[in-house]
Write a protein of this length. Structure first.
Length: 235
């Protein structure tokens, strides 16, 4: 049974946000998507996200009728203000502060603020994001405490009762593959593997058993490790 009120999914076209989109489509009677163009190094994800949306509409009839508008918000200021490996052509490495230099300060906070403004206009109650505290690179804006604080701030600042949903918060990448299969069967799992893009280097020339990527960046390593455990443990 679908939940009334509708949802907007922060949708990049990667493994996590695509799985979250399937999760939302299983639950809500109306689901819209929002993406962000911030000058990211892996900008190819902006093309992949459209392919994923087209595939869902074509291959999943029970979801197609629920899948509504998609909007892309240009937020190049993020790239202008930050000096990270996702917004500059520099080596990906750990920083002196203990965080990888793929961390883009304020990115998820800005994304959630824009998503809430969109949800306000579209009268959508639920805001779904693929942040995760269990299997991540240490980004502070992916923590459960951060999301809870943002929900309070957005509800106060916009005078609405938004619910920030984080379906992946307490699961790892192997379990994310499991979730994709449980949501949409082998067909949806195949879509996640073959059509999504998570590689920070923007490499879509090499196909691994877990998907496309460089195989060496933090995002590829997490995805590969998750897939290998998914297979090895027969999840």
């Amino acid at each position: 049974m679908s939940i009334a009120g509708g949802a907007v999914v922060l949708f990049s076209g990667g493994q996590d946000s695509t799985t979250c989109l399937g999760w939302a489509l299983e639950r809500y009677d109306r689901v819209e998507t929002i993406g962000f163009d911030y000058g990211q190094r892996h900008r190819i994800e902006m093309e992949c996200r459209l392919d994923v949306l087209d595939s869902i509409r074509a291959r999943f009839s029970r979801w197609a009728a629920k899948l509504g508008e998609d909007v892309v918000v240009p937020v190049e200021a993020i790239g202008t203000l930050s000096n990270t490996a996702l917004t500059r052509d520099v080596e990906m490495k750990m920083g002196a502060d203990g965080l990888p230099n793929t961390f883009v300060p304020g990115r998820n906070l800005i994304f959630l603020s824009f998503a809430a403004a969109y949800a306000y206009r579209r009268e959508l109650k639920h805001i779904v994001t693929g942040v995760c505290e269990t299997d991540y690179s240490g980004y502070p804006d992916c923590r459960d405490d951060t999301i809870k604080a943002m929900q309070v701030a957005l509800n106060l600042g916009l005078e609405r009762r938004f619910v920030l949903e984080t379906p992946l918060m307490w699961i790892d990448k192997a379990q994310t593959f499991v979730m994709a299969r449980e949501l949409g069967g082998e067909d949806f799992l195949t879509l996640v593997i073959e059509e999504t893009h998570s590689c920070y280097a923007g490499d879509r020339t090499v196909k691994f058993d877990w998907g496309w990527g460089c195989g060496a960046c933090p995002a590829c390593k997490l995805r590969a490790e998750g897939w290998h455990r998914f297979v090895a443990e027969g999840l």
